[in-house]
Design a protein around this ligand. Structure first.
Ligand code: CTP
Ligand code: MG
Length: 230
């Protein structure tokens, strides 16, 4: 990918964090000395290929988000907007703020605080062979089965063919804007699925186990340990 290409990141942080059960929205719980969202925003801000960052936060948290960015010196994160009811709605709200000249849009979950620079390198470097998007993936350790409504096993899937998907995910901006505008976007559980549904090609690169998603209190503790070990 040429250096001259404008790359914008959208950090989605508008979820409530119901399963974490904290008194603040998940992106604003403490992680080290800063709110959780600060960790991934700092990593994206530090990366030389990223030109700008849009923060998508719960309604009413926009000012706190820009204050946080200011506080950690993340000068690229100057835009904060309110998200929507679903993750896809929040992605759409963020993408709407990305300047028209962006060629690549990278979407990241604030719930994944640890984003090594080489993970961003791999994702942005994965646009070979005409891919419309690039996602980081990890092998699956557990056996995965498909079950029916009664809980009976229908099928054992071939683990060798399966991957767990992380963020950041990066997309060619034009196609991504179109995919995000699809009326049925809410049913997409990640951004790549929106592009897949529109017929786009998604390439995969190696993910990073440190980029785990924080869902529960135990995940938060695990990520804190990994951060301190870094
Ligand atoms: N997200 C978002 N807008 C939503 C829902 C989720 O921006 N309407 C973001 C979250 O802030 C998070 C990421 O999408 O960074 C992944 O979502 P998840 O881990 O499910 O976070 P929450 O929805 O906040 O958590 P929970 O499902 O436990 O309420
Ligand atoms: Mg959720």
């Amino acid at each position: 990918m040429a250096d001259a290409v404008a790359v914008w990141a959208v950090v989605v942080a508008a979820g409530s964090g119901e399963r974490l059960g904290a008194e603040h929205p998940k992106a604003f719980v403490a992680f080290g000395e800063d709110p959780l969202i600060a960790s991934s925003v700092a990593a994206l801000d530090d990366h030389p290929a990223i030109d700008g960052i849009v923060l998508v936060v719960p309604e009413g948290w926009e000012e706190r988000a820009t204050f946080m960015a200011d506080d950690i010196g993340a000068g690229k994160a100057s835009i904060a907007v309110a998200g929507g009811a679903t993750r896809s709605d929040s992605v759409a709200a963020g993408v709407a703020e990305v300047p028209a000249d962006a060629a690549i849009i990278l979407v990241h979950d604030a719930a994944r605080p640890l984003v090594p620079a080489d993970l961003i390198d791999r994702v942005l470097g994965g646009f070979a062979d005409g891919a419309d998007g690039v996602i980081p993936v990890l092998p699956i350790d557990d056996t995965v089965k498909r079950i029916d409504a009664a809980g009976r096993v229908v099928e054992t899937l071939d683990r060798a063919e399966l991957r767990a998907v992380q963020t950041p995910q990066a997309f060619l901006a034009d196609g991504f804007r179109r995919a995000v505008a699809a009326p049925d976007r809410a049913s997409g559980t990640d951004c790549a699925s929106l592009v897949e549904r529109a017929g786009g090609t998604i390439a995969t690169v190696a993910g990073d186990p440190r980029t785990l998603k924080i869902t529960t209190r135990a995940d938060l503790e695990r990520a804190e340990e990994l951060r301190r070990a870094d």
